[in-house]
Design a protein around this ligand. Sequence first.
Ligand code: SF4
Length: 244
Amino acid sequence: MSGVSEKIRISEIFGPTIQGEGMLIGQPTVFVRTGGCDYRCSWCDTLHAVDSEYRHNWLAMEVETIWSQVHYLSGGVPLTVSLSGGNPAIQPLGGLIKRGKQDGYRFAIETQGSVARDWFADLDFLVLSPKPPSSGMKTDWDILADCLATAGGGPRIGLKFVVFDDADYAFAKDAAARLPDLPVYLQPGNHTPPPPDDDDARIDLDGIMDRMLWLVDKVTADRWFYATVLPQLHVLLWGNKRGV
Ligand code: SF4
């Protein structure tokens, strides 16, 4: 099924745990985190799956090898597999999705929407997470539209925004206005990503809670009643620890 060119660059596979963000928050999942990203967000909390400095930890894996790990971790009981990164859209994940679906698993991806792939149509959930000004990145709205077009009517689609400040909030509002049919998830940013090799779980809990309350005030004052405001649940539970 998968030749050499179809190998997938993997940073880590872990779980089952729960999804900590967005439309599937709280739901059991196994994470397949790919290595490599076309962005370099200033506050990226998964540098170990982004920076080429860590690529010696990434493995080029065949679909069947990845699938046997997911199958083992989930005890063979179908659940939602979360494809994460890095930017998972830069990896050839179509074969993995097809393989998992044969066993009745569902697939969710989160990507910034900078690369459109035809296999988006095979997903169950597509979370597009355009990066706000505080990231230092710029969204190409035409490519994001391509992502939606290639997904077609396949997956359930949502927009997720990390918000640190007023400029990020304005960005999220503008993006939601461009794409009025999509549900919107807002989450306060976390300022304290640990060094990638550090298992230290410390977080700026006060800062996160302050931004969460600020965000709730903003949304309610604006009567933005279809937005959903959520914390990063996994950060509250486990801090910035990897593999949970
Ligand atoms: S898009 Fe995501 S993984 Fe890539 S640099 Fe930004 S926060 Fe990190």
